[in-house]
Design a protein around this ligand. Structure first.
Ligand code: HEM
Length: 195
């Protein structure tokens, strides 16, 4: 076994995945983006959620293409949970910084920004995948587990709809994430020979 991947690396991986979150907490407490922090926090948390989503859907095709990367399988669930975690931070930024937890404001916002629905459904699927990824759920769901986990294919499509739908002038983020999300999705759908 490669010494680098002897499971002791797990805590380093955990810390690395946590760094963007710590950075967001630090930025928030230091008032970095104040007086108008909603947009930067939503963009940063959204980008990290999307990046972990890219990583999460890339592991299966990467391992199929290159067998000696199979150590990554160990982190598949963890990466998926991290994507869910950052999507949750993104939602929290929306509710707290954008909407100030005002129900009326959110209802009105939903009539103006329809792209929120696609983001919401992507987050809902990530939530379902997160709770059904627990060992006990895998056992209890049996063959239905696979059916439920096929929902993962919908998430990149919903996120891309979320990104392109909200484009006004700057389409950089949507443009970058289009190949980043579609290429691994394509390789997941395409049956690859096992080597
Ligand atoms: C209930 C769920 C969600 C809500 C309410 C939501 C809401 C929003 C809003 C209002 C913006 C625009 C912020 C601004 O004005 O700058 C935004 C941007 C963004 N969202 Fe979401 N979103 C949700 C889910 C997601 C998910 C699941 C992802 C990715 C996994 C995501 C990724 C992004 C990204 C990357 C941006 C920045 C896009 C840009 O600036 O071009 N969102 N979201």
């Amino acid at each position: 076994m490669n010494v680098m991947w002897d499971r002791k690396e797990k805590k380093f991986v955990f810390v690395i995945f946590l760094l963007p979150f710590l950075w967001m907490i630090y930025s928030f407490l230091s008032g970095r983006y104040f007086p108008d922090p909603a947009e930067p926090f939503m963009t940063i948390s959204g980008i990290w959620a999307s990046l972990f989503l890219v990583l999460s859907i890339s592991i299966t095709p990467l391992v199929k293409i290159k067998r000696n990367l199979r150590v990554l399988n160990r982190y598949r669930r963890f990466v998926g949970l991290t994507a869910f975690w950052y999507s949750g931070c993104h939602l929290l930024a929306y509710l707290l910084l954008h909407a100030g937890f005002s129900f009326e404001w959110i209802i009105e916002d939903l009539t103006k920004r329809s792209y929120i629905y696609t983001g919401f459904f992507a987050l809902l699927i990530l939530f379902v995948l997160a709770i059904t990824s627990m060992r006990v759920a895998v056992r209890k769901l049996g063959k239905y587990w696979k059916v439920i986990h096929r929902l993962v294919y919908l998430v990149p499509v919903l996120v891309l709809a979320h990104l392109w739908w909200q484009v006004k002038a700057d389409y950089q983020i949507a443009l970058w994430f289009t190949p980043l999300l579609l290429v691994p999705l394509f390789f997941r759908i395409k049956k690859l020979p096992k080597n």
